[in-house]
Design a protein around this ligand. Sequence first.
Ligand SMILES: NC(=O)c1ccc[n+]([C@@H]2O[C@H](COP(=O)([O-])OP(=O)(O)OC[C@H]3O[C@@H](n4cnc5c(N)ncnc54)[C@H](O)[C@@H]3O)[C@@H](O)[C@H]2O)c1
Ligand SMILES: O=C(O)[C@H](O)COP(=O)(O)O
Length: 630
Amino acid sequence: MSTHKHFIIDFDSTFTKVEALDALCAICVPDAQQRQKVLTEIQRLTDLGMEGEIPLTESLEKRLALLKANKSHINDLIEHLRGQISESFKLNKAFFEAYKEDIYIISNGFKEFIVPIVAELGVKPEHVFANSFVYDQDGNIIGFDRDNVLTQNQGKAKQIKSLGLEGEIYVIGDGFTDYEIKEAGIADKFYAFTENVKRDSVVNKADHVTPSLDEFLYVNKLPSALSYPKNRIKVLVLEGIHEHAINMFRQEGYNVEVIAGALEEDELCEKIHDVSIICIRSKTQLTAKAIAAAPRLMAVGAFCIGTNQIDLQTCTERGIVVFNAPYSNTRSVVEMAIGEIIMLSRGIVEKSNRMHNGEWDKSAKGSNEIRGKKLGIVGYGNIGSQLSVLAEGLGMEVYFYDVVDKLALGNAKVCNTLEELLSLADIVTLHVDGRPDNKNIIGAKEFDMMKEGVIFLNLARGHVVEIEALAQNIKSGKIRGAAVDVFPYEPKNNQESFESALKGLPNTLLSPHIGGSTEEAQENIAQYVPSKLIDYVNTGGSYNSVNFPNLQLPALRNAHRLIHIHRNVPGILAKINNALAENNINILGQYLKTNETIGYVITDVDTQYNRSVTKELKQIPDTIKSRALY
Ligand SMILES: NC(=O)c1ccc[n+]([C@@H]2O[C@H](COP(=O)([O-])OP(=O)(O)OC[C@H]3O[C@@H](n4cnc5c(N)ncnc54)[C@H](O)[C@@H]3O)[C@@H](O)[C@H]2O)c1
Ligand SMILES: O=C(O)[C@H](O)COP(=O)(O)O
């Protein structure tokens, strides 16, 4: 038997994103209210026809009668449809060009508008099989060609059979009538196309679901505009990440699964096995065990600042890039710290609680302005330094201590030791990062160094403070006010109760790790992190990643990009270039950066090259991951 392949493609909602008759309705029913009514009915009739609930002729007759369209509307329709060609079809013009002899459009729609649209991608007019309108003498559409085989039951199957095509027949479509071709035994395979519409009754019967043309081309090893179909990139989104991120991933064509809370290690190990990108916040522990259970994992999105919940070393060794949102919630934390400093300095929480119990205690005792007070910031990074600026604006005297040299902003003064800072500050606030070494950096000894009546804040990480020591010092009155947003153990979800030695202590503000939880911050994060992840997938760009050598790459134009991640040992670049030279491959651009663990090499090459070199690159000793991008 011949192995020649023929491709039968549906038009409405497959070649184009829309149903043409819906679009025609928008053109020829000018009144908006009336249009909506007609459109709803047309869509209902289309679905009934597509899902095989009513005969196609009945569906069509009723739709045309509702439309009352005229020949003059068709040109407008064609113009509109030109902008509605399915994205993955537009992207794969090269496939249509290369296979124009084997591509057929078989549709229950009308040639008048189908032929000019499919011609945009080079489909031959004589390969379009569809119906034709019947007009009256004034050009009104009054019906369709009832002799056309496509109006009959199993019309598409009959039409294809009459073509006498030899070889394999692959059908791509979104409707029941497309599946019928397979059911009639004419097609070898039916691919349910779901880029624009997903009909369960059709999907359930398909040999393969193809969320875009890229998937179809990929599984059939046909030339494709993309190196890898995006629907094969599975993204697991945990911990209530803002839906803007989910929309961005879906728009990009990824296969997204969303879970509201965090997962325990074992649950995570189960879920992560086919995941390419995982998106988490501060709660999910991405341990070495979880990473080992994720053979396809290529990127991690931490939708927060802290990355101490991620085993970064293992990620790096496995060639998994990690991005966080280093600035998106900075301002939110700073505003909360300022608010808390004022609330604690005035004892507002105590006063408010007493008022709720009917107690009126108007007094200035123990209530202070923050102006002129000494604010001691431990950790002068993004949050610490931003707090410094705002606090000075409120008239505070700012001191800071950091383990590395930092530029003092405004009039802030650097302290050379933690002891120095702790002994002079009226208010001590922690903004260090969550590295393991920072465990218990503030304990009994450090509280002893602080002034009597100090105010203390921790909005950084729970493990940096010894909670028992903090509780003791609040109880003794040494600390006259405390605000704590982060805890050594935090409930996994909103159902679990909160336990802590700090519960019920005087002038103590407790908050459930919400320093960065503002709508503004979460939306900013949901824009920033997905854009980094998508850029990494599409271009290999690692700029601002937490663990990869940072490469900012030019856009890929008229080139293929070979990405190579390897252990940082001598001689790898030479081996990559040897492989390219031996295959006579012309290098258009090359970028290399290393860190302590890995080397990251990007090589842009001419689009015509021996594809087997990608295998050779994978086989270079010490290679961690390698992929080709176009
Ligand atoms: N509560 C929340 O919701 C919330 C929100 C965002 C960030 N955070 C946490 O806030 C902290 C600060 O965030 P950032 O964006 O400013 O981080 P950053 O990395 O920009 O700054 C941290 C600074 O702390 C310094 N540092 C580290 N260890 C130190 C130590 N032992 N003593 C003194 N300085 C030390 C670092 O050198 C750095 O300058 C992080 O722990 C982050 O996870 C919490
Ligand atoms: O690291 C952070 O940005 C904060 O701790 C916030 O974490 P969250 O996203 O889990 O609230």
